[in-house]
Design a protein. Structure first.
Length: 77
């Protein structure tokens, strides 16, 4: 059973956005957040896995917004 790449893209995008926000907040407070750094690496690793392993042509420019639309349509349907 394989996972839908669109779901992985959305999960990884949320993870990268939240980890980046946490790292910036920690940088402003002059504190290093190791869990946020680990979450950023994991999110980028998931995006790399989708780009190299699951998508035949790799990720394109419009794949991220289309993944969000696809997942929203799956949830609302």
């Amino acid at each position: 059973m394989s996972v839908d790449p669109n779901i992985l893209i959305v999960i990884a995008a949320f993870l990268v956005i939240l980890a980046t926000a946490s790292l910036v907040a920690g940088w402003v407070n002059r504190m290093w957040s190791w869990p946020a750094a680990a979450a950023l690496v994991i999110g980028l690793g998931i995006l790399g896995y989708v780009h190299l392993g699951l998508m035949p042509d790799g990720l394109g420019f419009f794949d991220l917004p289309m993944a969000f639309i696809h997942v929203a349509a799956m949830v609302l349907n």
